[in-house]
Design a protein around this ligand. Sequence first.
Ligand code: SAH
Ligand code: SF4
Ligand code: F3S
Length: 469
Amino acid sequence: MLPCLNEAKKRTKNKVMVKKYKIDDNFRKLGLGKTYFIKTYGCQMNVHDSENIKAILEEMGFKESSGMENADLILLNTCAIRENAHNKVFGMIGRLKHMKEERPNIITGICGCMAQEEVVVNEILDKYRFLDLVFGTHNIHELPEILNKAIHNDKTEIDVKTIEGDIIEEIPVKRDSKYKAWVNIMYGCDKFCTYCIVPYTRGKQRSRRFGDIIKEVESLKDNGYKEVTLLGQNVNAYGKDLELDYDMSDLLEAVAKTGIERIRFVTSHPWDFTDKMINIIGKYSNIMPYIHLPLQSGSDRILKLMGRRYTKESYLNLFDKIKKTVPNVAITTDIIVGFPGETEEDFKDTLEIVDKCKYDSAFTFIFSPREGTPAAKMKDDISLKVKEDRLHRLNELVNKYAYEANLKYLGKVVPVLLENVSEKNGSMLAGYTDTMKLVNVKAPKEMLGQIVLVKINDVKTWSMDGEIA
Ligand code: SAH
Ligand code: SF4
Ligand code: F3S
């Protein structure tokens, strides 16, 4: 099955069923004696999907390889959000081709959001037929069958579903961390922001059932996990597709009541952020005072063209309400510059909001046209040079406020979940505050996995240093 963009646009009224994952016993020995390597691109959604893929492969007998060079099965879990994500993947596919020439018996494949794109699959069929398998975001649970076919086939096995299927519960998971876990609360997105490919690659919004989510969080807590991140493309819309009487604030409250130590959620679309939700976040101490609230643009004209359905004013109102209700909250954002037709005035509106909100940090991007989205057809006459200049100016401002936000931590004592050995210095541990600030701490390895109080001695733009208080 090949993906189809026109079909992917459609939103069906089909009832979403909840089914249970099951592996056919015939596939359990397929990977015995072989190793796998997965390279993951893109957002947390993909990171978590890779955790599921790893566990499925291990059920089939595969073992994780330490590197790509000696793996028998190599999968690229891809991201389609911007052109540079695409280019990175195609660069890697080129590398895989060389590996396949040197070691013809390896199995290579791609999955994830790029696999859902018609243009990508056509390009693969045209130029990269050495790949053994391509599967999409909607059929990860069918990986054992797909892999079985790919192994016994000479041609590229392409198995991509355009229309989302059901919600599959109990897919096994091999989590990257012993302390922090991703928990899907919804799949897909129905917002159709005009620049964005996600509603096409991830399908319609489907919320997981309340009970299944709570059960997963409780089991994580029982297994010693300290932190859960509730995942979705716009988590605030959780439950809207279910016609039941609960929403994101009810879910947050129920997750808080499980008593797990830390809860956060990504991503929040400003549109569905209710007062009830803000109050719940303020009320429970185990809901982390950290909110990612994508702005995208500060210009009402551009926001309208983007289909974001809020204005500069309503965004600022929401921002202020959150700041007032949630003590010490850290707010981060996403911003796109160079959207088609963005004038210097529009861009200055964005800078003005950044000046007002003084974000703790921000991810900033140059608009990248995605084939099939409405914005890709809009007239775009701003030169790359101007776009790069705007990105640079924006980043200077963002960095300034990120540093200022960190400066407020100097000398303070804050809770940090120590999660790994510091990348810069092997004698330090690294972790995050409940506001998602990266802290390097002088502490023994035995403290990994604990939430400890740390005194901050030094701050930089993107990290801080501290010692156990
Ligand atoms: N669901 C999230 C966004 C996921 S994509 C939300 O609505 O907030 C992450 C970020 O990538 C977006 O917030 C946006 O800033 C950026 N992005 C998405 N499509 C893009 C495009 N075509 N060009 C540049 N940036 C884009
Ligand atoms: Fe993309 Fe908008 Fe959906 Fe976010 S809310 S995933 S930006 S369409
Ligand atoms: Fe990329 Fe797909 Fe996530 S396009 S950002 S991996 S949902």
